[in-house]
Design a protein around this ligand. Structure first.
Ligand code: GLC
Length: 425
């Protein structure tokens, strides 16, 4: 089994959805497409295959700059980067020898997008991973298409023989290429419904994971390889889209979430989440021992939208002063208090540091922490301001200083003289 410690430690990564669908950007023939996710255009609007394919002719994102994407991820405090090497439409963002339906052979852009990103990730010490749509592939080579979107004879479920041809002729060889050419740290596969059982059987999960293990000693595999019945061999759990669980999992795990609603760039999607909300998602998952993968949908010309960049910068500046409470932290040993979320880390000599993330602060009031351990000290993480703390009959009582009102989602570091993280025997 590859080592997944880095993944659990890193906590925060960037997801990118980018491809041919980023050009129409959620609009088709002057109308907003039916499916809210822009990357679903082909299926949602039943775009005939030859018509969809013609998007390749205008795919020329000259403003794409791997260095600036990865710098933005780094400045946002993200430690790893994940991109749709091939989404459901079947189009590859690298010069694949397996299928000419790729950026080098089929578009005027003719650049190895994944190669440029891999080089930038190396420069910035960001770990690279790939989304690869293994179950659905709408190119017409035998991959499946989710039946919600089937209403014409062009898009139907493939026969077993057709799917087997796709599996051996495109899916497995392309996954091999990704491993050989870019040496990714993880692969992110995608299923979510029972419908995929017919094609992504236990035997196929095993075949795919065995191929990955044979080619890489480090590449992790996510549970959406078969969401409802993942192989015991998967390395980390992926929840459903934007789903923040109420309890953690035995394996490392993550929630992938959107900045607005669509994953890929959608020109008429204005549902941007506030930075505060995004930070709360990051903190809530960390408090349960999980990761957050925040998605950006770059525009068809290769740039990030200003609304995306601003949120990334704001999250990054919060993490710059509070990152200690997130990276390498442990889940809360004290559950979920009403006032916010807790993460923790062991300190030398059997002490524990609790990070108290305060959702709402009423300065001048007292905050109860349900714990009877002797207090070593308490301070505001960002400013170092001491916080008066007392151990009483009802646990620890902190007197919140008035200055907290000026801080965005403040964190109090509370050091206790007891090892609260010791596994219970
Ligand atoms: C869903 C969508 C897909 C998106 C993914 C990200 O599976 O079908 O478009 O890539 O979620 O989690």
């Amino acid at each position: 089994m590859p080592n997944s410690d880095w993944f659990a430690h890193d906590r925060f990564g960037m997801f990118v959805h980018w491809g041919l669908y980023s050009l129409p950007a959620g609009l088709w023939q002057g109308q907003k497409m039916k499916h809210p996710y822009a990357e679903w255009l082909q299926a949602s609007e039943h775009v005939p295959r030859p018509v969809y394919r013609r998007l390749t002719e205008s795919f020329n994102p000259v403003a794409f700059n791997a260095e600036s994407w990865i710098s933005e991820a780094k400045a946002a405090g993200m430690k790893y980067f994940l991109i749709t090497a091939k989404h459901h439409d079947g189009f590859a963002l690298w010069p694949s020898r397996v299928s000419a339906y790729n950026v080098m052979d089929a578009t005027p852009f003719k650049r190895d997008i994944l190669g440029e990103l891999a080089a930038a990730c190396k420069r910035h010490e960001i770990k690279l991973g790939f989304y690869y749509s293994h179950w659905q592939d709408w190119e017409g080579t035998g991959g499946d298409i989710c039946s919600v979107h089937m209403a014409n004879e062009e898009y139907v479920h493939p026969s077993e023989a057709e799917f087997a041809a796709y599996w051996h002729g495109k899916c497995l060889p392309q996954v091999s290429e990704l491993l050989e050419q870019y040496d990714p740290w993880f692969l992110w596969f995608d299923t979510w419904s029972k419908e995929s059982f017919r094609y992504i059987t236990e035997a196929r999960q095993d075949e795919l994971i065995s191929l990955i293990r044979a080619k890489s000693s480090k590449c992790l595999v996510n549970s959406r390889i078969q969401f409802l019945a993942p192989s015991a061999r998967v390395d980390f759990i992926s929840t459903m889209d934007n789903t923040f669980p109420s309890a953690g999992f035995a394996k490392p795990w993550e929630t992938s979430g959107t900045l607005n609603h669509s994953w890929a760039y959608h020109a008429a999607d204005y549902q941007w989440k506030a930075t505060r909300q995004l930070l709360q998602y990051l903190v809530s998952n960390a408090a349960l021992g999980g990761n957050y993968q925040l998605n950006v949908g770059p525009m068809g010309d290769g740039r990030f939208q200003a609304a995306a960049s601003r949120r990334l910068r704001d999250i990054g500046s919060w993490l710059q002063v509070n990152g200690e409470s997130i990276y390498g932290s442990s889940a809360s040993p004290l559950g979920k208090p009403s006032w916010g979320r807790i993460t923790a880390r062991p300190l030398p000599e059997g002490q524990t540091r609790l990070y108290l993330h305060l959702w709402e602060v009423t300065p001048g009031t007292a905050l109860q922490v349900n714990c009877a351990a002797p207090i070593v000290r308490a301070q505001v993480l960002e400013s170092g301001q001491p916080v008066v703390a007392e151990l009483g009959r009802d646990g620890i009582c902190l007197h919140l200083p008035g200055e907290l009102a000026g801080l965005e989602l403040p964190v109090i570091a509370l050091d206790l003289a007891t090892d609260l993280l010791k596994p219970k025997s």
